[in-house]
Design a protein around this ligand. Structure first.
Ligand SMILES: Nc1ncnc2c1ncn2[C@@H]1O[C@H](COP(=O)(O)OP(=O)(O)O)[C@@H](O)[C@H]1O
Ligand SMILES: [Mg+2]
Length: 237
């Protein structure tokens, strides 16, 4: 395996067992994510995008097949080790923000640092700095209900960045936003990539997917195409 591969999935199958019914969400997926890459995952609703993200980010174990994180097979790790990897290596951004409503923006961003055992004053400094970086310096004490959708998603991005993870995983991060806020969040994600973060993003908007270097297309739990995105000329005015 080349040295710079962070996540590698081999013949991943995920079947949800609903008693009488079995749902075949992933039907043999091979996937590699290299350090510094930006990959979009596209596909119709129900094609397995979220399941694939969850398996790749070790939230879910596959029914069969193997996922390697930094070359280590997850089948050999217990749930504690997987939780540790999630906490340190991967930052999550969700379509529905998933912030804690009774906590301020700053406290939400401090939360993953608390799980990592970072002392309080360091947590506070780090949270304030990241909220400043995402353009929310004047909103650090606001609760999610006191913020716009775009601002909430900024807080969620800041929270994902708190532990300085290797990878940012985003599941339809602009899906609940108006087009202007969506563009701002997309710009933020592009900037993170420019600054060296590895990005894995699910979207069902082709235009957003084109921001990645590679687009993986899913259908019925299988990868049906992988497109390398040609970079447009950048006009400097
Ligand atoms: N927790 C679950 N239990 C049972 N079935 C599920 C679960 N999550 C997803 N599914 C089913 O698996 C398939 C893939 O779902 P999902 O990965 O959410 O697709 P997408 O994100 O592309 O819409 C769908 O048929 C969905 O109904
Ligand atoms: Mg989904």
């Amino acid at each position: 395996m080349p040295a710079d591969i962070i996540i590698n999935a081999k013949n991943v199958v995920k079947t949800y067992d609903m008693g009488a019914v079995k749902v075949h969400a992933l039907n043999g997926v091979d996937f590699e994510l290299k350090k510094g890459e930006f990959v979009s995952i596209m596909g119709p609703s129900g094609s397995g995008k979220t399941t694939l993200l969850d398996v790749l980010s070790v939230l879910l174990r596959p029914t069969s097949g193997e996922v390697f994180i930094n070359k280590k097979p997850i089948s050999k790790m217990d749930d504690n080790e997987l939780a540790k990897i999630r906490g340190k290596t991967i930052g999550f951004v969700f379509q529905t923000f998933n912030l804690i409503n009774r906590l301020s923006a700053k406290e939400n961003v401090m939360m993953p640092l608390w799980f990592q055992g970072v002392p309080k004053s360091d947590r506070e400094n780090r949270a304030e700095k990241i909220l400043f970086d995402v353009g929310l310096a004047d909103r650090i004490n606001h609760k999610p209900s006191e913020l716009s959708g775009g601002q909430r998603q900024r807080v969620a991005v800041a929270r994902a960045l708190a532990v300085d993870p290797e990878i940012i995983v985003a599941d339809e991060p602009t899906g609940n936003l108006d087009s202007v806020s969506g563009e701002q969040i997309m710009q933020l994600i592009k900037d993170l990539h420019k600054n060296g973060k590895t990005i894995l993003m699910v979207t069902h908007e082709e235009e957003l997917a084109q921001n990645a270097g590679r687009i993986v297309r899913l259908r019925d739990g299988k990868i049906v195409a992988t497109d390398v995105v040609k970079k447009k000329e950048i006009n400097v005015y």
